[in-house]
Design a binder for this molecule. Structure first.
Ligand SMILES: [Zn+2]
Length: 329
C-alpha cells in the first residue's frame, strides 16, 4: 500500500471529531437577536386569525399584536416588522398614511408596552390600493415620481407614531432619498432607513399575497421589481440606495439569492438584511407536515446559511420557533 503520510499532510476531519471541537471552530453562530419577526396587524379587537398558507402566522388586532410581540421579546427576539391590513382600499392607498390606521396604532402600542423592542414598519402602498400595485397608476402603468410623495407621507406617519426603522419595499426609483429628506425635514433624523434595495419579482411571495391581500388586480410587478436573472443590477440598486441615505440594505428573497447577499456584503461592507420570505417558509412548513423533511433541522440550516452568506439580519416567519430551538441547543 502507498504511504499515505506522503500526501495526507492535512486532515480537516480532526476538527470535526467531537461536538466540542466543532462548536469551538464554528464560523457562524445564529442567535435570536439576528431575527426580525414579520407581523400582520389588522383593525378590530381580539382578532387572531391564522393565515391559511402560512401556518402559525396570524392577522392580529393591536391588542393581540402586543401579546405576540411581547412573547417573542421574552424569547429573545429584538425586532418586529409590521405589515398593515387596511379597513378600506382606494386607488391611492390613502389608509397607508392614516395616523389612526392599524400599523400606526400598532407602533404606538408596541413602543409603550414593549419598550425594548425595535419596531420596524414596511412602507408600501400595495396592501392599501384597490388595484394591488405598489404605486399610483396611469392607465395600467405604475407611475414612479407621483408615488414618491405618497411613500414619504406613509414613512413619516410611521416615524411620527414612533417607529424606530422604516423599510420601503416598493422599488420605485429615488424613494430612499425622498423619504430620508421628508423624515429629516420633520425632525426625524434618527429614524433608521432599511431599504428593500434588491427586491426581485419572485414567485416565492405567493403566500404573503394571501396574508396581506395584496395580489395585483392585473399584470404583475416585474415593471418595478427586479428580474431574478440579474445579479450586477442588484449591486447598482444597492449603491443607489446607499447614496440616497439607506442605513441597512435588504436582499429579498433569501434562499435562492444567497449569491446576491454575498456580493452585496463583500462589495459594500454595510449591514445587510435578507428576507426569508413567505414561500420559503411555507415550502418548509409543508415539507415538515408531510414528514418529508426534518423541519427544525432544515429551518436552522437555512437560517445559518443565510447568515453565513453575509446577512447580518434575517427577516423570517420562523423567528419564534428558531429562537426556541436555539435555546434548546
Ligand atoms: Zn408593495
Amino acid at each position: 500500500m502507498t504511504d499515505l503520510r506522503m500526501f495526507l499532510q492535512s486532515r480537516p476531519r480532526r476538527l470535526r471529531r467531537s461536538a466540542a471541537i466543532r462548536e469551538m471552530v464554528r464560523e457562524t453562530v445564529l442567535q435570536p437577536a439576528d431575527f426580525i419577526y414579520p407581523l400582520f396587524v389588522c383593525p378590530g379587537k381580539g382578532v387572531r386569525t391564522e393565515i391559511g398558507a402560512m401556518p402559525g402566522n396570524y392577522h392580529l388586532s393591536v391588542d393581540r399584536l402586543v401579546e405576540e410581540a411581547a412573547a417573542a421579546y421574552e424569547e429573545g427576539i429584538r425586532a418586529v416588522i409590521l405589515f398593515g391590513i387596511p379597513e378600506r382600499k382606494d386607488p391611492e392607498g390613502s389608509e397607508a398614511w392614516d395616523p389612526e390606521a392599524a400599523v400606526q396604532q400598532g407602533v404606538r402600542a408596541l413602543k409603550k408596552e414593549v419598550p425594548g423592542l425595535l419596531v420596524i414598519t414596511d412602507v408600501c402602498l400595495c396592501e392599501y390600493t384597490d388595484h394591488g400595485h405598489c404605486g399610483v397608476l396611469e392607465g395600467e402603468e405604475v407611475r414612479n415620481d407621483p408615488t414618491l410623495e405618497l411613500l414619504a407621507r406613509t414613512a413619516l406617519s410611521h416615524a411620527e407614531a414612533g417607529a424606530d426603522v422604516v423599510a420601503p419595499s416598493d422599488m420605485m426609483d429615488g424613494r430612499v432619498g425622498v423619504i430620508r429628506g421628508a423624515l429629516d425635514d420633520a425632525g426625524h433624523d434618527q429614524t433608521i432607513l432599511m431599504s428593500y434595495a434588491a427586491k426581485y419579482a419572485s414567485a416565492f411571495y405567493g403566500p404573503f399575497r394571501e396574508a396581506a391581500g395584496s395580489t395585483p388586480q392585473f399584470g404583475d410587478r416585474s415593471g418595478y421589481q427586479m428580474d431574478p436573472a440579474n445579479g450586477d443590477e442588484a449591486l447598482k440598486e444597492v449603491a443607489l440606495d446607499l447614496d440616497e441615505g439607506a442605513d441597512i440594505v435588504m436582499v429579498k428573497p433569501a434562499m435562492a439569492y444567497l449569491d446576491i447577499v454575498s456580493r452585496v456584503k463583500q462589495t459594500f461592507e454595510v449591514p445587510v438584511a435578507a428576507y426569508n420570505v413567505s414561500g420559503e417558509f411555507s415550502l418548509l412548513a409543508a415539507g415538515g407536515e408531510k414528514g418529508w423533511v426534518d423541519r427544525d433541522r432544515l429551518m436552522l440550516e437555512v437560517l445559518t446559511c443565510i447568515k453565513r452568506a453575509g446577512a447580518d439580519v434575517i427577516l423570517t416567519y420562523h423567528a419564534r420557533e428558531a429562537a426556541r430551538a436555539l435555546r434548546r441547543g
